[in-house]
Design a protein around this ligand. Structure first.
Ligand code: 5GP
Length: 121
């Protein structure tokens, strides 16, 4: 799959406000935050969408969630609440085709997260 802007962040070719890194993953602040805290947690491995996930990558995806859990605890919003979401494909609003968890916190988050009334498809 093609390189994305996230590879440039992983490789430090462009700057990002990185809050966590380990061998498998990186977490940094979203450039266009939708909540007081808006982090992106990404695998260092290039995977375009959820559709491209391989069975042997289950642990890697689980790892992204445990990073989210740990950051929520460290940043102090684990008890007040937070949202973790991964968009898949254009209709879901995915714009960077390198999977990433959005971690949103710091205010009451509305649900559902879209404004259109549900229509039959
Ligand atoms: P998606 O729409 O694919 O679910 O989320 C992509 C996210 O990446 C968006 O929230 C967008 O603001 C963020 N983003 C896009 N380009 C950059 C960038 O260069 N740096 C950072 N930190 N975030 C980015």
């Amino acid at each position: 799959m093609a390189e994305t802007i996230f590879d440039k962040i992983i490789n430090r070719e462009i700057p990002a406000d990185i809050v966590y890194e380990d061998e498998q993953s990186l977490a940094f602040r979203d450039i266009n935050p939708q909540a007081p805290v808006h982090l992106l947690i990404i695998p260092k491995t290039r995977i375009a969408t959820i559709n491209d996930l391989q069975d042997d990558q289950k642990a890697l995806v689980g790892h992204l969630f445990t990073v989210a859990r740990d950051l929520a605890r460290e940043m102090g919003f684990d008890e007040s609440g937070y949202r973790v979401v991964m968009n898949c494909g254009e209709q879901a609003g995915q714009s960077v085709f390198h999977i990433h968890l959005h971690l949103l916190a710091g205010k009451p988050l509305g649900w559902p997260p879209y404004t259109d009334r549900m229509k039959q498809v």
